[in-house]
Design a protein around this ligand. Sequence first.
Ligand SMILES: Cc1cc2nc3c(=O)[nH]c(=O)nc-3n(C[C@H](O)[C@H](O)[C@H](O)COP(=O)(O)OP(=O)(O)OC[C@H]3O[C@@H](n4cnc5c(N)ncnc54)[C@H](O)[C@@H]3O)c2cc1C
Length: 562
Amino acid sequence: MTAVTEFPSDGAAKQPPITMLNPDFPFSYDHFLAHPAGLGSVPEEMYGTEVAVVGGGVSGLVAALELMKMGLKPVVYEADRIGGRLRSESFAAAKDVTVDLGGMRFPESSKALYHYIDMVGLETEAFPNPLSEVTPSTVVELGGVKHYAETPADLPEFFSHVADAWRAAVEDDAQFLEMQTAIRERDVPTIKRIWNELVPRMDEQTFYGFIAASDAFKKAGFAAREAFGQVGFGTGGWDTDFPNSILEILRVVYTDADDRHRRILGGAQRLPEGLWAYEPAEMKHWPAGTSLRSLHNGAPAGEVRRIRRAENGDIEISERWGRKATYKAAITSCQSWLLSTRIDTEEALFSPEMWMALERSHYMQSSKTFVMVDRPFWKDKDPKTGQDVMSMTLTDRLNRATYLLDDGPDKPGVILLSYTWNDDAMKWLSLDATQRMELMLHSLAQIYPDVDIASHVVGQPITVSWESDPNFMGAFKANLPGHYRYQQRLFTHFAKDDLPKHQRGIFLAGDDISWTAGWAEGAVQTGLNAVWGVMKHLGGECSPENPGPGELLGEYGPISLD
Ligand SMILES: Cc1cc2nc3c(=O)[nH]c(=O)nc-3n(C[C@H](O)[C@H](O)[C@H](O)COP(=O)(O)OP(=O)(O)OC[C@H]3O[C@@H](n4cnc5c(N)ncnc54)[C@H](O)[C@@H]3O)c2cc1C
C-alpha cells in the first residue's frame, strides 16, 4: 500500500464515519478486506485452476485480483477496454488533460472502493459539487431567475425551506438520523429493524410519490417540490430519478453516497488500470511480480458471445472471433442485460425467476459533454459585482448541470458543459458532439450574457451517451417501484447452495447486482461476493476469524418479499 486517502474532518470527526454499510446487507466489506486472515483459501490441488471473469471493469478486476491472490488463474474477457464505466478520455490537444465519462466522483463512504484506490497508490482530491466547500461559487438558475452563492447561506431563504422540507421528509418517514447513527456505529440490529420495516412499506413507492405524500413537502407546496427536483441535494437535481423506487434514494442518502465526493487525479480509469497491473506482495501459488496483466500476456481475452454448459459440466465461454474455453467457474460482471441481449447465454444456467429479475432491470440513461478551455477563466472576477464570472451551475435549461474542473491557474481547465440523466439525457442522444456543445453554450450564454465562453474553448468536445454503447446499453441500473424482489434475487444468487446442478458454477457480479447501482462501491462489493461464491464452489473456505459475505448473508441479508 503506497498511500492512504486522508479524508478531511467533517465536523463529526469524533463520531465514527458513515460508510456504505448498506441496509439490505450491512456486511462490513472494508473490515473483511482489512482482516489479516485474508478473504479465504482454496485447496492446494485447485491452485492454477482457470476461472473466467467476463468484464474488465472495476468489479471484474477486483474479483480477478482476489482470485489470483488465492492461487487461482483468472481469465478476464473484455469487449472493449480495461476500465468499463470507469472510463477516462484525454483531449487530443493535451494528452494529460483527462475527463471521466462514467464514474468521476467517489463518496468518502465508499470504504471498500478506497481500499483498492489506496492499494494501487492513487491520489484523490475533493470534487467540486454544487455549494461544496471546494467549489468557489454556485449559480442556481430557475425559471430565468439567477442566484449566485459562495455558501448555501447566500441563496434566498426559499432554498433553505426546500432543504428543510427534504430533511424533515426523510426524518419523519424514514428515520433518517437513527439510521445514520446506526450505520456510523455499525449497529446491525438497528439497521435491520428500521430497514426491514421500511422495505415492504416503501417498495412500491416512487421517489416523487414519497415527496408528494410527505407532510413537510405538502406544507411547503408545489414550488418547493419543483425546486427540490431541480436543485436536489449533494450532486444537484434529482428529478430525473423521481420515477425510481424511493428505496433506491434512501440507500443513497443513508450512506452519504451523494455527499463528500473525491475525484481520482489523472482520471478514474487509473483505478482499473492499476488493478490490472498490480503485483500483490502476498499470493498463493504465483511467484512475486505476477499481476493480472502478466497472467494475460498484456491483453485480456476478447468479447464473449456465448456462454453454455459444456458436456463435462464445466462452463464453456465462446469469444466473438471463435475461440472457446471451458472453466470450472465463471463470473459475469458486465451489465446483466447483456446476458440476454449481446451474449447467447444458455437459458438453463439460470432459473426462470432469475431471468425475470435479469430482464426486468431498469437502466438510467446518462450523457456528458466536456470541453477543454485555455485556463480556468471562471475564477476571474466581474469588476461590476466582484463575483466569479462563471460558476458551477444548476439550471432548468437543457444543460441541467455544468461543472468546472481545474488543475491550477497555469493549466487548461475543463468544463463539463452538461451532465444529464434519463429524459434529459435522451434529448441529446441524436445530436453529435458539436451540435450538443453549440446548444449547451447557447444555454450558458443566457445565464452568463457577458462571458464569451466559446472563445476559451480549445480543440474538440468529448461526449458520451452510455445508452448508445452496445457494451453497456445504459448508464446503470435504478430499480423502479416493485423491483425489490428482483434485486434481492440477483444480489443473493452468489450464496445459493441449493441450486440444481445445471445452474451452478456461474456467478453474477458488478454494479447491476449491487444495492447501490451507480456507485462503484457496489461494483466492488459484488465482485467480492462473487469471489466468495467461486471459492466455496471450488471447495474453499473463509477463515473462521474472518467470515465472508456468504456466511453472514443468512443472518442479516436482505429480507425476502417473495
Ligand atoms: C455516467 C455514469 C456516472 C457514474 N458516476 C459515478 C460516480 O460519480 N461515483 C461512483 O462511485 N460511481 C459512478 N458510476 C458507477 C460506476 O462507474 C460503476 O459502478 C462501475 O464503474 C461499474 O463497474 P463494473 O465492473 O460493475 O461494470 P463495468 O464497468 O460496466 O464493467 C463491465 C465490463 O464488461 C465489458 N463487457 C460488456 N460486454 C462484454 C462481453 N460480451 N464480453 C466481454 N466483456 C464485456 C464492458 O466493456 C465493461 O468493461 C457512474 C457510472 C456512469 C455510467
